[in-house]
Design a binder for this molecule. Sequence first.
Ligand code: OSB
Ligand code: MG
Length: 371
Amino acid sequence: MANIQVQRVTLHHVRVPLKKPFITHLQHVRERESILVEVIDANGTVGVGECVAFTSPWYTEETVGTAWQVLKKWIIPAILNRTLQHPDELDAALSIIKRNHMAKSCINQAIWDIFAKKMNLPLWQVIGGVSASIEAGIVVASSTEKELVEDIEMAVAQGYKRIKIKISLSSNPILLKKVIAKYPNTLFFADANGGFTDSTKQLLKDFDDCGFTLIEQPFSEHNNKVSALVQKTMQTPFALDESISSYQDVEEMIDQQSGKIVVMKQGRVGGLSNALRIHEQCTKVDVPIWVGGMIEFGVSKAFNMAFATLPGVKFPGDFSSSTHFWEQDLAIPNIDVHQGEILLPNIAGVGVSWNHEVIRQFEVNRIQFDA
Ligand code: OSB
Ligand code: MG
C-alpha cells in the first residue's frame, strides 16, 4: 500500500506574462497568475500540482484569491498529517468543503504524483493509459482576422494536426470556411466560450458548414436547454466545457442532448480522481472525451497529458509546446511537439517538477504548512 502521510504543503503564488495576449470575447489574458503546489510526505516523496483558477472569475467562479484562501483555511488543514492509501481517499477528507473544484484539484494532483512515484510507474500507466504519446493541438485566440490567418498558417507549419479557434458573435464564418478548406489534413475545432444566446442562436448556424469537427460550449452553462434545441438543428457536434463540473452534468448533457462530447479539465471537475470517474462512465455510454487547456504551465499540462492517454479520449486536446505561451515554462522538462505528437516522459510520477530557479523570478507570495 502507498501510505502517503502528508507532511508539508507549499503554495507559490506567481505572476507570469504571456508571450502574446490570449483574446476571447470574455477576457484578454496578458499575464497568468497561478498557484503552484508542492506536497511532501513523511518519506520525503514530493508531489506537484497546479491550480488553474484565473485572476478574475471570467471562466468559472473561482479566482486565484478564492483558491488561495480556501487552500489555506480549509483544504490544507484538512489534509496535513493525514495518511492516505490512495488519492481517491481525499474525497472523504474534503467532503466538508463544497465545490471549489480548482482549489481541490491541485492537491488531488500532487497526491496522485506521490502515489505514482511510490508505485515507481509513470502516472499515465497507473491510471490505465494506453499510449506513451499523444497528439498535439493548439489554440488560436487572435485579436484580428489578419492575425488569425497568420496564426493558423504558423500552427500548420509547426506540425499541429488540430487547431482550435476561438469564435464569437463577431467572427466571420465565410473567412473561417475558406481558411479551413485550405488545410484538409488539419482538424479544426471552434470554441465559443458560451458567447451565443437564445436571441443570437441563428448566427451560430452560420458556422455549421465551415468544416469544424466540433463546436465547444456554444451557449453558457445556464443555457443547456437552448444548446439542446440548437444541437438538434446542426450537423456539427457540440462539446461541452463550462457546462461540465461533475458526472451528473455529463448525464444531464446526455439526457437533454445539449452536447455530444465532453471537454475534460481536471480543475473544473475537482481533480484527477473525479476526471477518472467521469472517464469510466463516459466509456460505458460511449461518450467521447477530449482534454481542454487553461493556459497552464507544464505541471497542469502534464496531468492533462497523462489523462489524454486513456482509451476514452477520442480527439487531440489543447496540447501546445511550452514555448507557445511562455518564454520559459515554470516546470521541467519542457513540453516539445514533434511532428504533431508529444512523447510523455518515461519516469515515475507525473513526469515533471517545478523549476524553483525560474519560479523565484515570478513569485509574489509563498506559504508553507508543516504537520
Ligand atoms: O475555454 O478552453 C477554454 C484557456 C483559458 C480558459 C478557457 C479556455 C482556454 C483555452 C485553452 O482555450 C488554451 C490552452 O491551450 O491552454
Ligand atoms: Mg473552452
